[in-house]
Every structure is written in C-alpha cells, then in structure tokens.
Ligand binder design. Structure first.
Ligand SMILES: Nc1ncnc2c1ncn2[C@@H]1O[C@H](COP(=O)(O)OP(=O)(O)OP(=O)(O)O)[C@@H](O)[C@H]1O
Length: 236
C-alpha cells in the first residue's frame, strides 16, 4: 500500500499509510480503539475503497486480482446473524470454495482433500466435537474460532486476521498461537490486528502501531523473510 487514505464522514480515518507486507512476515497491527486498524486491513485487501493512494495484492490492484484463494481473511465479527442456519462444518467448509477445481462435479480427490482440510481446521481450533452444531448458536468466542477455522481450511498463503483472539479464552488463544507457529514455520504470511498479543507475541516478526490513521511506531522483532512478494504494493 502506498499513501493509503480512507475517508469516512469527511474525516481521514486512514491518512496516507505506506506499508509493504513481505512473504513470511507475521505482522501485528496495534493501536487504540478507533485508530484505524480494521480499516487498514480491509483497505489492504480492497474491501474498503481508497480515497487516495493505492494498494496491490501480489502486484495487482484488488479489482484485477483473481487468486483470492491465496488469502484467508478473518473478519472482526461473524458476518452471519440469525439468517439461514449453517452448521459449524458448513461454515468452515465454505473456506474451501476458492480452491474448488472448475470441473463439476468435484473430483473425488478434491472432496477428500476438502474433508481432510476441514477436519484439520476444526481440530486446530478445538471445535471437532461441535462440527454438527448450528454456528449461530455458539458463543461469541467459539464463533470467532469458527471464522479462524474457515480461513485455515482454505490453506491460503496469507492470513489476515482482525482481532482473532478477541473474546477467545486463554486455552484457545494458546491453540491459535501454536497453529500460527506452524504456519509461520511453513513460510506463510500473517497480518493480525490485536490489542493484546498475549501468547501470539513470540511469533510476531514486525509490529506497526496506528494512531489516528497513521503509522506512529514500527518495530522489527526478528529478521523478516524477504523473497516472494506477499500482499500489497510498493515499499514505504
Ligand atoms: N462504516 C463507517 N462509517 C463511518 N465511520 C467509520 C466506519 N468504519 C469505521 N469508521 C471510523 O473509522 C475510525 C477507525 O475505525 P476502525 O474500525 O478502523 O478502528 P480500529 O482501530 O479497528 O478500532 P477497534 O480497536 O475499536 O476495532 C473510527 O473512528 C470509526 O468510527
């Protein structure tokens, strides 16, 4: 992202942010309530329009980018309310949609890979026993874990997680830390919004802190892996 600017109600809630996420980064986006963290991660992915500046994903503007299966986004809140009830397994399996081969009906090997990935994702968030339950009847923290599992099931290269640990108990936070540790070890890229890093702290390779829509502080805690270009456009 270069000069990323988002205006809401005539106010700049993202004010000229330059950010390049490299492959293998585990980047934590920190800052007070209202600092612009969610807006930044949505803008990086093209989910909110920029009033000025530009963002690129693997070198493409979001409107032209096609390989969405390479990205797994965990939004801050569960987007489904009390609408059509879906089981936990169905929600998690929806994370595989982007990986579907174009051949219909799905090949047997696709279906087996889908089942295995969904089972792994459910186990990783400790919801294997709840797979048949209605997702909208779970607690807030459990629903957050369903969303994390949906992203894991897609086996993307880049995870973008907006407060994945908010409202999630200590044991589940530790389980998420261990899963992210494995993913980071495989060279996947993680961008996560957090208030408190808690057990995720040892995994983090970079932090940026936002204040009033600007990057006010940056740290690099470990050497980042520079190589394949991950999300977003030009260097700061
Ligand atoms: N849809 C919207 N319409 C108007 N203003 C908005 C909208 N979404 C966000 N904002 C404003 O943009 C600013 C940044 O919001 P954002 O949600 O990005 O902050 P945040 O750092 O993620 O906060 P939190 O830690 O509370 O989640 C806030 O002042 C918020 O009120």
């Amino acid at each position: 992202m270069t000069g990323g600017t988002v205006r809401r109600d005539g106010r700049e809630v993202l004010a000229g942010v330059d950010l390049r996420v490299e492959a293998g980064d585990v980047l934590a986006v920190l800052g007070a309530n209202g600092a612009g963290k969610s807006t930044l991660v949505k803008a990086l992915l093209g989910l909110v329009p920029l009033a000025a500046g530009r963002t690129e994903i693997y070198g493409e503007p979001p409107a032209r980018f096609r390989a969405w299966n390479r990205l797994g986004y965990v939004p801050q809140r569960l987007p489904m309310g009390g609408g059509v009830p879906a089981t936990v397994r169905e929600v998690v399996a929806s994370g595989r949609v982007g990986r579907r081969s174009r051949r219909l009906p799905a090949l047997f090997t696709d279906r087996a890979a889908d089942r295995a990935a969904v089972d792994r994702a459910l186990r990783a968030v400790g919801l294997g026993e709840r797979a048949r339950d209605s997702a909208h009847l779970l607690s807030g923290g459990q629903q957050q874990r369903v969303l994390i599992a949906r992203a894991l099931a897609g086996e993307p290269d880049v995870f973008v997680m907006d407060e994945p640990t908010a409202g999630v108990d200590a044991r589940s936070q530790a389980a998420l830390a261990s899963t992210l540790h494995e993913l980071a070890g495989e060279g996947r890229t993680v961008v996560l919004v957090a208030h408190e890093l808690g057990p995720l702290e040892p995994l983090v390779t970079r932090t940026i802190e936002l204040g009033r829509g600007r990057i006010v502080h940056e740290t690099t805690t470990h050497a980042t892996t520079v190589g394949r270009t991950a999300t977003t456009g030009r260097p700061a």
